[in-house]
Ligand binder design. Structure first.
Ligand code: GAR
Length: 180
């Protein structure tokens, strides 16, 4: 798929890998964490990569890169910082998407999987949503629900949720790009 997306991440990059494997063209990857494993995935795929520990510098540079690379959609894939109001408002609405491991509006923010387990929830899931100025509060595009088993741990639940994320996020990104 030849329409450019850019990816922001902080960690492992398994969602980035799924996006690349689905044939979506990633113009660049940026991170607030220079040691993020996701940057290695970008490197192996010959995708330009950037990192700035300072989040306000990162946002300033990413806004410039979005123009330079003619990016049409900014994809958050495990980016663990709240984007500033200024950054979000500098871009068109519905320009940024995020994947979150809960059925929003439940369990916003960090440790969403642990929050669901601590709450003895029977179900949880994955949400793909547009990003606005708030924390995990933008309009919901897609959700997928799963049952939490009695013997689930954070690790087993994370594995099952990520399996869903890898399929659902790529498919959703593709359908947004086709519509635009
Ligand atoms: C994903 O499971 C994603 O849902 C979560 O971080 C993980 C990143 O995994 N994002 C959030 O919790 C955002 N609030 P990855 O680096 O392997 O793609």
């Amino acid at each position: 798929m030849c329409i450019n997306v850019a990816v922001l991440l902080s960690g492992n990059g398994s969602n980035l890998k799924a996006i690349i494997d689905k044939g979506i063209k990633v113009s660049f990857v940026a991170s607030n964490n220079p040691k993020a494993l996701g940057l290695k995935i970008a490197k192996n795929a010959n995708i330009p990569l950037y990192s700035w520990k300072n989040v306000s510098q990162l946002e300033k540079e990413v806004l410039k890169l979005i123009i330079d690379y003619n990016v049409k959609l900014l994809v958050l894939a495990g980016y663990m910082r709240l984007l500033s109001k200024n950054f979000v408002n500098s871009l068109p609405s519905k320009f940024i998407v995020n994947v979150h491991p809960s059925l929003l509006p439940k369990y916003k923010g960090m440790n969403a999987i642990k929050q669901a387990l601590d709450d003895n929830a029977q179900y949880t899931g994955v949400t793909i949503h547009y990003v606005d100025e708030g924390m995990d509060s933008g309009s919901i595009i897609k959700q997928s629900i799963i049952k939490i088993n009695d013997n689930d741990t954070e690790d087993t639940l994370k594995d099952r949720l990520q399996e869903i994320e890898h399929r659902l996020y790529s498919d959703t990104i593709k359908s947004i790009l086709i519509k635009n």
